[in-house]
Design a binder for this molecule. Structure first.
Ligand code: ACO
Length: 325
């Protein structure tokens, strides 16, 4: 009998109060950085983001999202036998943020590790968890995307600092004879590492290199649209489905223009695309599970529907997970 990984619960966590474009414009103006609500809205579709206050870390947001997913699934932390957490903003170099979350939610004993694929991290984590479940190595997996991207932004660079926010999203996957994840594909092309990166680290007790996000926005835009189209088609071909079989397209929430262009290339009506970037900005690995949880809880996503989850980001990495909810 074939084993599938089924989503049995979703959750999210957003830190503190939303910071609107108007509030951000005012804050940046105080340090001589000029931007506007119109520019941000028109170029990106973003109207607000959440910024974690000092002392709130990725593991705090991840643990809250996980608790909400457990509650939605009617499960307890002891039911979890695998934790995979996607982040590029871990609490510390080690232990992994997944281990810190394991402690915070009280899920002692199961394997727990982080994956680092930037904005594709959640797709990478879901595909990995699916392989554990299909191989019979886990029955219930907690998969999380969580970030405090505000900590790696250069707040004097208006071309990047208006685009990102903090947050976490989580799903619980359980082994089932009913589908489930139907297929997935992951990709990376390291030769494009320079178009989106945070090229710094900690060495000999000091931050070295440039520990802030840098991006060639137009190069990222073009590549993102191209690969979100191709990876969706690859996964559909793998499982013998058509674009018309997708009920909801849930791409990485970076920019509404990328989402619209992807929908157009795929030939999917924009009404079938979940777009939440306006509410939380680009939260990197957290963006897809955040969008998923928002659309599950507002009733758009219904049992039995087919979802195409897609990540794309630094590396350059990309991937898609196609599933029946
Ligand atoms: N406020 C006001 N003006 C700005 C701002 C700002 N915050 N940022 C840039 N500008 C100005 C520029 O200086 C430039 O001015 P100029 O014409 O006088 O030189 C003008 O706006 C246009 O700048 P462009 O970079 O050409 O703007 P573009 O239309 O390409 O939009 C953007 C920039 C939004 C970054 C776009 O390239 C994009 O969406 N790229 C995709 C990248 C993305 O979303 N990355 C997120 C991370 S990647 C990922 O998650 C996959």
């Amino acid at each position: 009998m074939e084993i599938f990984s089924r989503i049995v619960g979703t959750g999210r966590a957003m830190p503190g109060q939303a910071v609107t474009n108007a509030q951000l414009v005012k804050q940046l103006a105080a340090s001589g950085i000029e931007t506007s609500d119109e520019w941000i809205r028109e170029r990106t579709g973003i109207s607000q983001r959440f910024i974690a206050s000092e002392g709130i870390n990725t593991s705090d947001l991840a643990a809250e999202a996980a608790a909400n997913a457990l509650q939605a699934a009617g499960m307890s932390a002891q039911d979890i036998d695998l934790i995979i957490l996607a982040t590029s903003t871990p609490d510390m170099i080690f232990p992994s943020t997944a281990c810190l979350v394991q402690k915070k939610i009280g899920a002692s004993g199961c394997p727990a590790f982080d994956v680092q694929a930037v904005c594709s991290g959640f797709a990478y984590a879901m595909a990995t968890a699916d392989l554990f479940i299909k191989a019979g190595k886990a029955k219930t997996a907690l998969v999380i995307g969580a970030e405090v991207f505000s900590r790696i932004l250069d707040w004097t660079d208006r071309t990047t600092c208006v685009l990102f926010g903090d947050g976490a999203g989580a799903v619980l996957l359980a082994a089932d004879s009913k589908p489930g994840i139907l297929g997935h594909r992951l990709h990376a092309r390291g030769e494009f590492e320079n178009i989106l990166r945070t090229p710094g680290t900690v060495s000999h007790g000091k931050a070295t290199g440039h520990p802030f996000l840098t991006m060639d926005g137009q190069a990222v835009f073009k590549l993102a649209v191209q690969v979100l189209d191709s990876v969706a088609r690859e996964v559909l071909a793998d499982v013998g489905h058509q674009v018309s079989d997708i009920d909801w397209l849930i791409p990485h929430q970076a920019n509404v223009r990328i989402l619209s262009a992807t929908a157009k290339r795929l030939g999917i009506d924009e009404s079938k695309v979940i777009v939440t970037v306006g509410q939380h900005a680009n939260t990197s690995a957290a963006s897809v599970p955040l969008a998923l949880d928002l659309a599950v809880r507002d009733g758009r996503i219904q049992a039995g529907q087919r979802l195409m989850l897609q990540g794309v980001g630094g590396g350059f990495t990309w991937g898609a997970v196609y599933l029946q909810y």
